[in-house]
Design a protein around this ligand. Structure first.
Ligand code: FES
Ligand code: MG
Length: 586
């Protein structure tokens, strides 16, 4: 159902001629005409995330031209504007600080300017959730256009994936097998073109999940940035958003509980990033959809890993695209009753209708549902005296890890060991090689003060590397636990995103080096084996230690942010919903 164009409140309001004149005149001076601005032609924002600071999204500077042409061809008018940059690899102390800042900025833009709909140009990790979160809060017609992943990287005749090559080569660097220069060269080789990470890291995960949510055209997520189909996808996205405004199809009809469940299921099947947790929870909460920490296990655990892509598998972005990309995965999930096929999407049709034409998996890059890489590949949710909720990504549990820690006779999926505790990553780097720590293959490494408040922003530091002496003995990974996050490109089965974090009084803050921890994946528990009285004594004496804020936003971020299990949103923002329904005053 079409309704009056929102932009007319600015551009055609005879009740307030002087304001209308002011709103209009400056938009005329680069060639738009009075007739078109005052017409019913939809005005479409292009929320531009590309810039020199954001190389992962820089392709959008070029793609926006194709989006504009699509918008024009369909009868709309394009207004491109910048979004606060969020570059995962460049932003210190962490790009996670910028997700809520870009969200906040985009909400203000969408609310305060004469826009009828918006194209969300997504890519690098947090750009995707930031933009969808804002669209959910504002509830204007919105569609996602991914920039697409980079081409496959190659180094010394082998596939070299974003991030995964770093985790692999840093082990060799630690033991002196390669030097600093070779380490840098290998990293550079993994980034051969425009686009975001070519592994199933957080960027590919979140762009796949945007498609799974129904927020992009079918097949959008996997097309590599430099491929010709990417430009055509941009054009069709521009065309489609104009029709969405005519139909008044908004995020509130798409971002339903059904869609959120579809995203959780798809995340397991693709071997998606643990960062999907805070991002999908944040989108759900801004959309007003109820979600619980345990949903990740009840909805997502019992789903097979179908996509053979690093870090859980072998291939990279081009292989995934050639195998048909996400629609092939989703079609198989739908055929096995694992998706809510009736969920409405930006196409104006249901997910099941969108997926109908797609073929069965090729069997190599995308495995059949009934013969997957791994059964039950979702997240396990843990709780105990250390935290109320933390997750473990089971699709990356290696055979070596399973044999060492999870296969003891009589205690399958249970492990226990003494902990070494680090207060932030500087502490870890200073002390990890210290023989006095007495780290053995039984040790559990714990890092705290790495959550939203403690870091601030929450850092990707939980996948800690063992000391070189252990790596030389063949122990390439120890169990890790923390209140921070880890890179979506990491293959570590860490227990992470622990909420509440140490900085706000979570149990990890009470741990001491030498305490023992017991993790029971069957029961879903993780506990410090410290007697209750001693635990309470520590709680009474507890003083959090974390660095002071260095900027105004860090202080504001800390004052408003919630925990990772709750999406690490600005808690005060959740009550603002459908803000486009209350137009700003003149
Ligand atoms: Fe930007 Fe991975 S660093 S997508
Ligand atoms: Mg990252």
């Amino acid at each position: 159902m079409s309704r009056p164009r929102r932009h007319k409140l600015w551009f055609d309001n005879p009740d307030n001629p002087s304001m209308t004149a002011l709103y209009l005149e400056r938009y005329l001076n680069y060639g738009l005409t009075l007739e078109e601005l005052r017409s019913d032609r939809p005005i479409i924002g292009i929320a531009q995330t590309g810039s020199d600071l954001s190389p992962c999204n820089r392709v959008h500077l070029r793609l926006a031209e194709r989006v504009r042409e699509g918008i024009r061809a369909a009868g709309g008018i394009a207004f491109e504007f910048p979004v606060h940059p969020i570059q995962e690899t460049g932003r210190r102390p962490t790009a996670a600080l910028d997700r809520n800042l870009a969200y906040l900025g985009l909400v203000e833009i969408l609310h305060g300017y004469p826009l009828d709909g918006v194209v969300l140009t997504t890519g690098c990790d947090k750009t995707t959730p930031a933009l969808i979160m804002a669209a959910a809060t504002v509830d204007l017609p919105a569609i996602v256009l991914s920039g697409g992943p980079m081409l496959d990287g190659w180094y010394q005749g082998r596939l070299a994936g974003s991030g995964t090559i770093i985790w692999e080569k840093r082990l060799q660097l630690a033991t002196g097998e390669i030097d600093y220069e070779e380490f840098i060269e290998a990293a550079a080789a993994s980034a051969p073109s425009d686009g975001y990470c070519n592994t199933m890291g957080t960027a590919s995960t979140m762009n796949c999940l945007a498609e799974a949510l129904g927020m992009s055209l079918t097949g959008n997520a996997a097309i590599p940035a430099p491929y010709r189909e990417r430009g055509q996808m941009a054009y069709r996205t521009g065309e489609r958003i104009v029709a969405m405004v005519e139909e008044d199809l908004r995020p509130s009809e798409i971002l339903t509980r059904q869609a959120i469940e579809n995203a959780i299921v798809v995340n397991s099947a693709i071997g998606g990033s643990t960062n999907a947790q805070p991002h999908i929870v944040a989108i759900a909460r801004h959309a007003g959809v109820p979600i619980e920490p345990m949903d990740w296990q009840t909805v997502g655990y019992d789903v097979p890993l179908m996509v053979n892509m690093q870090p859980a598998g072998s291939y990279l972005s081009e292989g995934f695209h050639r195998a048909g990309g996400l629609p092939v995965v989703m079609k198989a999930l739908l055929d096995h009753g694992r998706l809510n096929g009736e969920a409405l999407t930006v196409t104006g049709r249901t997910m099941a209708e969108n997926l109908a034409p797609f073929p069965a998996p090729d069997g190599e890059v995308i495995k059949p549902y009934e013969a997957p890489i791994k059964d039950k590949a979702g997240f396990i949710v843990l709780k105990g005296n250390l935290f109320d909720a933390a997750i473990m990504k089971t699709s990356v549990i290696s055979e070596e890890f399973r044999a060492r820690y999870l296969s003891r006779p009589g205690a399958e999926n249970v492990f226990e060991g003494p902990v070494v505790v680090f207060d932030g990553s500087e502490d870890y780097h200073h002390r990890i090689e210290d023989p006095a720590l007495g780290i053995t293959p039984e040790t559990i490494l714990v890092i705290r003060y790495a959550g939203p408040v403690g870091w601030p922003g929450s850092a990707e530091v939980v996948n800690m590397q063992p000391p070189a002496a252990l790596i030389e003995r063949g122990v390439s990974a120890l169990p890790c636990m923390g209140d921070g996050r880890q890179s979506g490109t990491s293959g570590s089965p860490s227990i992470l995103n622990a909420s509440p974090e140490a900085a706000v009084g979570g149990g990890l803050g009470l741990l001491k080096t030498g305490d023992r921890i017991r993790v029971d994946l069957n029961a879903g528990t993780a506990d410090a084996l410290v007697d209750a009285e001693e635990w309470e004594r520590r709680r009474a004496a507890f003083q959090p230690v974390y660095p002071a804020s260095q900027t105004p936003w860090q202080e504001l971020y800390r004052a408003t942010v919630g925990q990772l299990a709750d999406g690490a949103v600005m808690e005060m923002a959740v009550k603002y919903q459908k803000v486009a329904d209350s137009p700003p005053r003149d």
